[in-house]
Design a protein around this ligand. Structure first.
Ligand code: NAP
Length: 467
């Protein structure tokens, strides 16, 4: 990846496109989005090493389509591809280089002096070149701003090949000049080195400002904050922080954290059991998932005693919901589905596990529909951060995706509000080690499209891809 001695440099594509992958009309961009342009400027100009610059490779027509006041793009080496002697390209400007092919450009950039002076190589279009080089093997990542409009275009980019790339990051939608868009980064799939247990590649080649947008950082920062700045309880067994918020975008990926092993089978079984109306498991005599052998094995692998913490189970805090109250023949789940479908702007689409005597880890969830997307915010009064929070993120994100699926809307955001987020002091060393692990792209959740009724869903209908 970007090796200085390689024969050819690899590169990252940076473009913006409409729903139909339109990128231009009459040699112009089909929109006016100053903040989007600023993102392009930032991604392609910023370097980690202040002595270096980045290179931007573009087709001759894209060079000519760039307004005169912006070209050559400042603080970057502008590499213009042409097969002809084009007079519009200045040959006496140190920031401009003309090449006869993409291959020769990548070879030149791999040799001194460019191998030393150029940090990252970005390929920025246009359409003729993207057709050949967007999904090509040398392309490590694609930064695609998806502009949510359909307008006439005469130049198009190919779609991202999702067999080759998976999403690293997808921003929450932004609205500018009445146009909705989001920033997405796709990274080339990397295989594991079989047998070694070591990742073949890390993703730190991404621009820092994109790398650090991976949503798992929010969780990792929270855990680090609890360990570094948390309040210690009286008997020195728990460190805690009060009033924490995490946010996950469910539109493209599913937030099953990648720096920890999350008990996915347990997540699925727990949510399906609750959807199907199980009340507090012990009351019903149900063999609850957290008491299963699989869960115990999972907790043992972290050296966590499943019975510790005064009944505050480290894995499943907050999940003891009573989704339905059989005695009153009222199902909260059915009520929520009914409101999402028939009264989506209802301001009280809620699920509550709170009873008169409120236990420490009960949960309250609220659903919200806007722009055909379903978001969910939960409040958990107390939860364990190392295992409980990753489990809860997965469980309530799954619940949100399932609700969106059966209501025929798109899953939007999952927001996790936590009252008391804590770690057991005996786990801090193990957690510190986990914090050193690099995150990977989140997996993608597929729900069987044939199953549209919530109580028909089974574990086999919920598939996580790319893990
Ligand atoms: N939305 C976005 O992110 C974005 C980004 C970039 C551009 N654009 C838009 O895209 C449009 C321009 O794109 P386009 O498809 O018309 O043109 P382009 O891909 O930018 O440039 C085509 C030119 O590049 C040269 N070229 C093509 N293949 C080559 C190769 N293999 N080796 C060497 N040179 C090669 C040729 O130049 P010669 O004819 O000189 O030989 C060719 O005419 C504009 O509307 C622009 O605004 C949009």
């Amino acid at each position: 990846m970007e090796a200085q001695n390689a024969q050819r440099r690899s590169y990252q594509v940076v473009i913006a496109a409409t729903r139909d992958m339109g990128i231009g009309i009459d040699m112009k961009l089909p929109w006016d989005l100053p903040n989007e342009f600023q993102f392009f400027q930032d991604v392609t100009s910023r370097t980690s090493d202040p002595r270096k610059t980045n290179a931007t490779i573009m087709g001759r027509k894209s060079w000519e389509a760039t307004p005169l006041e912006f070209r050559p793009l400042p603080d970057r080496l502008n590499v213009v591809l042409t097969r002809s002697n084009c007079h519009s390209i200045p040959t006496d400007d140190d920031n401009v280089m003309v090449c006869g092919s993409m291959e020769s450009a990548l070879e030149l950039l791999a040799k001194p002096p460019y191998s030393f002076s150029i940090e990252k190589v970005f390929f920025i279009g246009g359409g003729e070149l993207l057709r050949h080089y967007m999904n090509a093997p040398s392309c490590d990542a694609i930064h695609l701003t998806e502009v949510d409009i359909t307008v006439p275009c005469d130049t198009f980019a190919p779609r991202v090949d999702t067999c080759l790339y998976h999403p690293w990051y997808s921003s929450l939608p932004v609205v500018e000049n009445g146009i909705r868009y989001c920033f997405n980064t796709y990274v080339r799939r990397k295989d594991l080195i079989f047998g070694s247990g070591v990742e073949a590649e890390q993703y730190s080649f991404l621009p820092k400002m994109v790398f650090e947008r991976h949503e798992e950082f929010g969780y990792l920062n929270l855990v680090q904050n609890i360990i570094s700045n948390g309040d210690m309880n009286d008997n020195n067994t728990l460190l805690s922080k009060f009033g924490c918020q995490l946010r996950f975008n469910l539109r493209k990926t599913f937030p099953l954290l990648t720096t920890k092993k999350v008990f996915w089978v347990g997540v699925v079984e727990e949510i399906l059991q609750l959807i199907n109306g199980s009340t507090y498991p012990k009351e019903k005599g149900i063999n609850h998932i957290c008491e299963s052998d699989k869960a115990k094995e999972y907790l043992d692998s972290f050296g966590v005693n499943a019975t510790e913490e005064d009944g505050d189970h480290p894995l499943l805090t907050g999940l003891y919901w009573s989704y339905s109250d059989a005695s009153q023949e009222f199902s909260q789940i059915s009520d929520v589905i009914n409101k999402i479908k028939n009264n989506p702007h209802d301001r009280g689409i809620t699920l509550s596990a709170c009873k008169l005597s409120i236990s420490p880890c009960q949960t309250f969830a609220q659903f919200y529909v806007a722009n055909g997307e379903l978001s969910c915010q939960i409040y958990q009064s107390s939860t364990e951060a190392s295992l409980g929070i990753p489990f809860s993120i997965a469980a309530y994100s799954l619940l949100t995706c399932i609700m969106a699926h059966v209501c025929d809307v798109v899953a939007g955001d999952f927001i996790h509000l936590i009252g008391d987020a804590h770690v057991n002091t005996s786990h801090t060393k193990a957690i510190q080690r986990q914090l050193q692990i690099s995150q990977k792209p989140f997996p993608i959740l597929k729900i069987n499209p044939e199953k549209t009724k919530i109580d028909h869903l089974e574990a086999s209908d919920l598939d996580l891809l790319d893990i």
